[in-house]
Design a protein around this ligand. Structure first.
Ligand code: GDG
Length: 468
């Protein structure tokens, strides 16, 4: 088996199984910013990607796609239920998003999490070349850094956390809080989205494990002395090139005009694009918008809210309830306000190809990002990247990682419905000159700090550690 100098470990492999032209199953790379950012590195440095192929109960051999070596980690149906839907998405996800939904603590989920994390760690340790580099991704795999270190002391290990890290008062709820901190501290560099996340993590390390913390460095005791782990912010971004390219394509621009026309050419189109998740503040957004129609500050002949809520985690109870609540609210608002020619909310519980998403961004006068808690929020950055016309307004929750960077957005606290209503009105009524001024500054920020800048800066930090 050939070894890899650079190994990415993530819950999912960057591929989807599709039915090919002759009815045969085949694999297609799933496009995403992470893949785009890592591809050059993967190709130049004998790279491999360790992850689950997305289907339970299948054993797959190592395979190659577009020059990337893929190492599938098998999961049984029960492990998907306990490790993935259970511990990752019903314990860690709600706890780390400030308990917007109550986290469920179950010992058998934790046991599955430990077992599956070990499987990922072993797969990575088997494939990494001597003195190679492993980059572990996200909250499904928090124990993997330390597990790899125990198996392979020679490799440099990075970990990036895509979601928020909670304040100590909340984190302390986790029955396995010390084990998770130790798991993460197996990495040489632990990256977070915001400076705040890194601070919360370092506070937990100091208070729970009593390790010495100086600035962003932690002194971690080892069997034969100590080592240093660094925890700091590396705000993630998007691969801007495909967004710029799609936004300039005549057929995508024509599609944007077609979308406007099919909604009855309202004066203003408001847009929300989210996975259907309770962290995204979709209910708060819809409530504020419904009240604006009710109050007569907005009129259904002039505005439409397009809400794309792409299906997500449909076997987790909290998501089933959320969907019911949102659909009840949408139905009520539309029932009260729709006319034959105009709808208040065009609600779409569907996923779309990227071309259609870009057409929607181009059609939207106002982009509503009202997350209650969000590691970064890439939708905000995608909207900004596509607006080469320097028009459009981004309404952005201060509880997103993106808010640290996108200072020229209209900032909101989504819990404050009155404030959210005022922010929506500010966006709807903003003059073109003001839109242009803000959008130019937002675009500069996103175009200069794209996903390649993010991965380079993380890998540079890892390299610094290696040299030390
Ligand atoms: C996690 C963190 C952090 C959505 N619907 C469709 C579709 N999307 C795309 C969006 C965007 C991506 O999915 C969602 O990214 P977000 O950042 O908004 O949110 P999460 O999925 O929660 O991601 C988050 C991120 O990791 C990266 O570190 O920013 O905070 O929670 O790219 O465009 N894409 C297509 N069709 C859809 O229907 N093609």
């Amino acid at each position: 088996m050939s070894l890899a100098d650079f190994v990415v470990v993530a819950n999912r492999l960057p591929v989807d199984r599709v039915v090919g032209p002759d009815g045969e199953d085949e694999w297609r790379t799933s496009p995403g910013g992470l893949v785009a950012a890592l591809e050059p590195m993967m190709r130049s440095a004998r790279g491999a990607w360790v992850g689950w192929a997305g289907q339970p109960d299948i054993e797959l051999d190592r395979f190659e796609i577009n020059g990337i070596d893929l190492i599938p980690v098998p999961l049984s149906g029960e492990e998907v239920a306990d490790y993935y839907e259970g511990f990752a998405n019903d314990t860690i996800w709600p706890l780390y998003h400030d308990v917007i939904a109550p986290p469920q603590y179950h010992r058998e989920w934790w046991e599955a999490y430990v077992k599956v994390n070990r499987r990922f760690a072993e797969a990575a340790a088997d494939v990494v070349a001597p003195n190679g580099t492993v980059w572990v991704h996200d909250y499904q795999l928090q124990l993997v850094p330390q597990m790899i270190r125990e198996l392979r002391d020679d490799v440099t290990i990075g970990y990036f956390h895509h979601i928020p890290f909670p304040a100590h008062g909340l984190y302390a709820q986790l029955p396995w809080r010390d084990q998770v901190l130790k798991g993460l501290l197996g990495a040489d560099v632990i990256g977070f989205q915001r400076a705040q996340d890194a601070t919360y993590f370092l506070t937990a390390v100091r208070r729970r494990l009593r390790h010495e913390v100086k600035g962003s460095s932690v002194t971690v005791p080892t069997a034969d002395g100590t080592r240093t782990a660094v925890a700091r912010a590396f705000p993630i971004s998007i691969d801007t090139a495909p967004y710029l390219e799609l936004a300039a394509r005549p057929e995508v621009r024509a599609r944007a005009a077609e979308i406007r026309a099919s909604l009855g050419n309202p004066k203003k189109i408001l847009l929300g694009v989210d996975r259907l998740d309770y962290t995204k503040g979709i209910r708060h957004r819809i409530k504020a918008y419904g009240e604006l129609l009710e109050d007569g500050r907005l009129n259904v002949d002039d505005v439409t809210l397009v809400q794309v809520a792409s299906p997500s985690r449909e076997r987790v109870d909290a998501y089933v309830h959320l969907r019911d609540e949102i659909e009840l609210a949408v139905g009520r608002i539309n029932g009260d306000h729709d006319t034959m020619g105009h709808t208040a909310i065009r609600y779409l519980h569907q996923g779309y190809p990227r071309e259609e998403m870009v057409a929607l961004y181009l059609a939207a006068d106002v982009m509503l990002v009202t997350a209650l808690r969000d590691g970064m929020n890439l939708v905000a950055k995608e909207y900004v990247a596509t607006r080469a016309d320097n028009r459009g307004v981004l309404v952005l929750s201060e509880f997103t990682g993106a808010a640290d960077e996108l200072r020229q957005a209209v900032r909101v606290n989504p819990h404050d419905i009155a404030g959210l209503k005022d922010a929506i009105m500010t966006a709807v009524e903003m003059s073109p000159a003001e839109q242009g001024k803000r959008m130019r500054s937002l675009r500069r920020r996103v175009l200069e700090n794209d996903v390649n800048a993010w991965s380079s800066s993380f890998l540079r930090a890892l390299d610094d550690v290696r040299r030390r």
